[in-house]
Design a protein around this ligand. Sequence first.
Ligand code: SF4
Ligand code: SF4
Length: 213
Amino acid sequence: MKSITKQKPFDEVKQQLDRFDRVCIVGCGTCATMTKTGGREEVLNMKEHLQELGKLVTGWTVIPTACDEMTEGALNLIQGIQNANCILVMACALGVHKVNLYIDKPVIPALDTLFIGVEDSPGYFHEVCAQCGQCVLGETAGICPLTACHKGLLNGPCGGTNNGKCEVDKEKDCAWTLIYQRLKEQGRLDLMHKYHPPKNYQVVPRPRVIKLV
Ligand code: SF4
Ligand code: SF4
């Protein structure tokens, strides 16, 4: 499982850094390196762009895994971090959160975190779970309607399904047709008639903190 990120438009990064003239850049050697959004190459590119803007880049690093417990130590090793007046983090939101825990300076994200995904083939990721807190996979033949259906329909298919393809993206299989086929193979087609009520987001613990007993 990997955090899938994309780089924010540079104008947005620029606007967030408007009030800061000395920046330290922190990348991530794991997910953001794999997605080519915050590895060494991207950090050095960002450094160059910021310098062109007239910013002083006081230091930079690529932390092995920005979201883990080693981050505190890795931050202490960055030469020039103390001279920065903000930290630009090129990692997923977990990495941003982690850096924020250990440093008493404004922390600015350079990436948008899209989803937690699995890699099917090199460079191709798909979301498998939106962590909704009420899993229905047992009744949908193991295919998640929230992440696999374009509209996230809990009761499908919609009226636009056509020859097994999705109306929103004709290249893509309709998730609810796949669910239908799989349930049919499993002799559980009766589940297609089962009504799934709207998600009760009250059951999703937010902030997402839970104590397991
Ligand atoms: S229904 Fe989908 S989003 Fe919800 S927990 Fe199950 S797999 Fe995750
Ligand atoms: S065609 Fe299928 S996958 Fe596409 S939105 Fe409708 S139910 Fe969902």
